[in-house]
Every structure is written in structure tokens, then in C-alpha cells.
Design a protein around this ligand. Structure first.
Ligand code: ATP
Ligand code: MG
Length: 182
């Protein structure tokens, strides 16, 4: 049996509300299928179909990933006509977030996983089946303090994708960067 897997930043309930509120004017202005709030996520690394038997080694290498917490500021929106999605994103994706993605792929490489050759474009999809989106407003920026990341299973159902967080891992500043004790 294979599982369709990806690593993602998985917002907590309050943040989902804030993201939905920020997306509202965009969703009001553009046609498409709204992504349910419970499905909001930001994909870090897409693995695709993975044999279920490999899940344990995948969890084990992921536990070795060391990366610091960071703050995301979702302060822009965009639309891609190819995949027909509209999304929220960051003007400035933080270096620490890029470092987490790089650390994940380094840990996964020995298991044979490789990133898509296309450039990584972090985004949080809010609308699908969206052919055009010419809303020219600005979203209300949302601050997202990121302190963990998740391994997510994706199942495509007739009603749309269903995601399940299999495990999440905390982000921790590497030892030695704390201020000197008083
Ligand atoms: P659907 O069931 O309609 O495909 P989905 O695209 O949300 O829904 P998946 O295809 O399982 O579900 O993808 C899960 C997540 O990984 C999504 O955020 C998706 O954008 C992202 N993703 C899918 N394929 C890739 C890829 N080749 N490279 C990077 N990210 C991807
Ligand atoms: Mg897909």
C-alpha cells in the first residue's frame, strides 16, 4: 500500500480563522472552489506516493531534522493560471524557513527522495479552479509564528482532498544561540 505524503506547515485553529479572514476579499472577487479552512497548509516538501512500509524510516530521519522556529508574514496574494489556483504567500520568505526546507531534503536524500526540479514557491492555496483573478486589493497581513512542521497524508476523495497529520515535530533553536544567562 502507498500513501501520498508531504511535509507542511500546518496552522492552528486561530490562525486558520485569521487566514480565512485575510483571504475573504480575494475569495469574494475571484471565481473558483474555495479551499475549506481546515485544509489550509503551506507545503514544504512534496513526497508523493510512498510505500506504507517506509513510514517508520521516514519518521526516524525526520526526527533528526534540526531547524529554528521562525515567523512568517503572509502579506501577499497571487494567482497561477496553469494550476488555476489563487494563494496567500510571503513577500519575504524567511531564511530560517528556507533552511528548514533544505534540512528536510538533506535528511530525505539518503532515502532516495528528491525535490521537484522546479523552483520552490511557497504558497497557501485558498482557491482552486480559478482561471483568472485580477483582484487588485491588498490582503490584511497575517503573522504566523511557526514552531513546528508536520508530515501529512493526502487522500483524494470524490469530494476533494482530505488531509491527515500523521506526526509533527517541534522547531528548536540550535543549542548555543541563547543569550548568556543573567
Ligand atoms: P488534489 O487531490 O486536488 O490533488 P492537493 O493538490 O491539495 O489536492 P496533493 O496533490 O496530494 O493534494 O498535494 C498535497 C500538497 O502538495 C498540496 O499543497 C500541493 O500543492 C502540493 N504538491 C502537489 N504536488 C506537488 C509537486 N509536484 N511539487 C510540490 N508540491 C506539490
Ligand atoms: Mg494535487
Amino acid at each position: 500500500m502507498k500513501l501520498r505524503l508531504f511535509f507542511a506547515l500546518w496552522p492552528g485553529p486561530e490562525l486558520r480563522d485569521a487566514l480565512a479572514a485575510a483571504a475573504r476579499p480575494l475569495l469574494g472577487a475571484c471565481r473558483g472552489r474555495r479551499v475549506p479552512k481546515r485544509n489550509y497548509h503551506l507545503t514544504l516538501a512534496f513526497l508523493g506516493a510512498v510505500p506504507a512500509a517506509r513510514l517508520e524510516e521516514l519518521r526516524a530521519v525526520t526526527a533528526t531534522v534540526s531547524a529554528a522556529p521562525f515567523q512568517l508574514l503572509l502579506d501577499r496574494h497571487g494567482h497561477w493560471p496553469g494550476p488555476r489556483v489563487a494563494w496567500l504567500g510571503c513577500r519575504q520568505f524567511p531564511g530560517a524557513a528556507e533552511a528548514l526546507v533544505a534540512a528536510l531534503w538533506s535528511a530525505l536524500a539518503p532515502l532516495g527522495f528528491q525535490p521537484d526540479p522546479r523552483p520552490f514557491r511557497p504558497h497557501l492555496t485558498v482557491l482552486r479552479g480559478c482561471r483568472a483573478c485580477d483582484w487588485e486589493g491588498a490582503i490584511t497581513p497575517v503573522d504566523w509564528p511557526v514552531s513546528d512542521f508536520a508530515l501529512v497524508r493526502s487522500d483524494t476523495l470524490p469530494t476533494g482532498p482530505r488531509y491527515a497529520v500523521l506526526e509533527s515535530w517541534p522547531l528548536q533553536a540550535p543549542a548555543g544561540v541563547e543569550a548568556f544567562p543573567g
